[in-house]
Design a protein around this ligand. Structure first.
Ligand SMILES: C[S@@+](CC[C@H](N)C(=O)[O-])C[C@H]1O[C@@H](n2cnc3c(N)ncnc32)[C@H](O)[C@@H]1O
Length: 253
């Protein structure tokens, strides 16, 4: 199985999406007037900082917090989690994404080709954000539906825009109670973009995605928050994908 996330173009697109500053993402896009009006920037930061119930942690606890980021892609949310947690395990099924995240971790800066139009592209430099703790993050290749039994338990589990990319989403959902410590938080974000390209129809929700997730989690988790987070991905200067991700925060009972 391949996650379908191995091409150079997709890698460049995700590096820009996760680390590009608004001016780099929006350059040449006449449809937008002023970055402050543009929705969907900063999504990989928002799935961490607009969701977590931070009042549950005291500063002294932070030396011990463990987080797991599943479907981390090129790692921006994992680095954000490293501001709060002493240890972050970041797992993705794409070798290209994991390699890029590791390169950023060591070099702090990498080159990205931003697509502008046809064969026109611009080389830009993107950087690992200030004040994160890259040394706390461990990027690993892995399959969300077949996570190792030796991972242990986590205070925070974060899975953004992963669920509807899995062939068997229930296998991932059923594993979560074991992975989140009692009192720990689970952040699940999904644009609910179900497609047979990724998930056979019989494994997709028949009703709403939220009902589907409730059915798997209600016994062991309590739903605490539900918000919609927009995200904007640049295809090229005249084409952007704006979506929203249904983002839920669950407390492990
Ligand atoms: C739509 S991207 C979302 C990435 C990132 N979390 C974000 O919010 O921008 C989905 C990610 O899930 C990864 N992925 C797909 N199938 C996976 C699997 N079975 N196990 C782990 N990661 C997987 C892909 O490689 C890709 O990085």
């Amino acid at each position: 199985m391949s996650s379908g996330y191995e091409s150079q173009r997709l890698l460049d697109q995700y590096l820009l999406f996760h680390y590009g500053i608004p001016a780099q993402i929006l350059e040449g896009a006449s449809v937008f007037h002023g970055e402050e009006e543009v929705e969907g920037l900063h999504f990989p930061e928002a799935t961490v900082w607009s969701t977590l119930m931070l009042d549950r942690y005291e500063e002294k606890d932070q030396d011990e917090l463990r987080a797991l980021d599943v479907g981390c892609a090129v790692g921006r949310s994992s680095f954000e989690l490293s501001r709060l947690c002493a240890e972050v395990l970041a797992i993705d099924y794409s070798q290209a994404f994991i390699d890029a995240a590791r390169l950023l971790q060591t070099d702090r800066e990498v080159s990205v080709r931003r697509y502008d139009e046809g064969q026109l592209e611009t080389e830009i430099r993107i950087t690992c954000p200030e004040a994160v703790n890259p040394e706390r993050v461990n990027f690993e290749l892995g399959d969300a539906m077949n996570l190792s039994s030796t991972l242990g338990q986590f205070d925070i589990v974060h899975a953004a825009n992963l669920l509807c990319r899995l062939p068997e989403p229930r296998r991932f959902l059923y594993r979560l109670p074991e992975l989140v410590k009692a009192g720990g938080q689970l952040i699940l974000a999904t644009p609910c973009s179900w497609s047979e390209e990724f998930t056979p129809k019989e494994n997709q929700p028949e009703g709403s995605t939220l009902e589907f997730v409730h059915a798997s989690l209600d016994e062991t988790f309590e739903l605490k928050r539900e918000i919609e987070l927009p995200f904007l991905i640049r295809d090229h200067a005249r084409k952007f994908q704006l979506s929203t991700s249904q983002t839920t925060v669950w407390l492990r009972k």
